[in-house]
Write a protein that binds this ligand. Structure first.
Ligand code: DX5
Ligand code: ZN
Length: 246
């Protein structure tokens, strides 16, 4: 697997102190910031949108290289993933990770300007994200089979292939849920075929569950409550990193 990338989820930070929480977390050793965007439609919860991302982005230095320190990893738990690509690029998102389920089921809601988000194939959306200048990620929920990803990953057209795959290890929507080890065979199967792919796991990751995820082959580790609930977040970040790189 590629080396560990630790991406604390700021969903568990104090939202009244968000800018400072972001810069502190990077200072404590985090590689990326995992930014959970929820729209109240794709998931039964809401967080914030591009204007807030613009503001918190200014608290973190721009990354110096692709996948560098300070990368804004935006996890788009939204019903219309194509609609927000340009706004998030402008806001400073580096990696736009959409949900497969949202791309294939987009509800074509009418926007204030009267246009609608058409149903988008994942490969078209990945190309569109790349053309905007961001890295592209694709996420699947626990109920979605890993088999939907093979065709997307095997595509010979490079611009249409994701830079990262996110395997959810909880139902998306809330921080602090229990880790679902039942999702790890998806990681194992992906890692077997793709030794260099960035495979992210998200939900319930902590010092207790990291070994299972690392053994399966995950290298991008999201952790919300485990990092922000710790007395010493830096120590948790270090332990997660050591478990993956061991
Ligand atoms: C859940 C989010 C996660 C969440 C993880 O929908 O995608 O990123 O913040 O939180 P923990 O690490 O507490 O499970
Ligand atoms: Zn997330």
């Amino acid at each position: 697997s590629p080396p560990a990338i630790i991406a604390p989820s700021i969903l568990s930070a104090d939202f009244a102190e968000l800018g400072r929480a972001c810069s502190h977390t990077i200072g404590q050793g985090a590689d990326w910031l995992h930014v959970d965007i929820m729209d109240g439609h794709f998931v039964p919860n809401m967080t914030f949108g591009a204007p807030v991302v613009t503001k918190i982005r200014s608290h973190v230095n721009p990354p110096t290289e692709a996948y560098g320190k300070g990368t804004f990893d935006c996890h788009m738990m939204i019903a219309e993933p194509k609609r927000w690509v340009q706004d998030f690029k402008k806001a400073g998102c580096d990696l736009y990770c959409f949900h497969y389920e949202a791309a294939v089921n987009s509800t074509a809601a009418v926007t204030p300007s009267g246009t609608s988000d058409e149903k988008t194939s994942p490969k078209e959306l990945i190309r569109y994200i790349h053309e905007s200048g961001m890295q592209a990620g694709i996420a699947i929920k626990p109920s979605t089979s890993v088999d939907v990803l093979w065709e997307i990953l095997e595509n010979p057209v490079k611009e249409e292939v994701p830079d990262m795959v996110l395997i959810m290890t909880v139902e998306p929507g809330f921080g602090g849920q229990s880790f679902m080890a039942s999702e790890l065979p998806k990681v194992t199967a992906l890692r077997k075929k793709y030794p260099e792919l960035h495979i992210e796991v998200d939900g319930g990751l902590s010092e207790k569950t990291i070994d299972q995820a690392a053994d399966a082959g995950a290298n991008v580790i999201v952790a919300g409550s485990a990092v922000f609930g710790a007395a010493d977040p830096g120590e948790v970040i270090l332990k997660l990193r050591e478990a993956v790189n061991a």
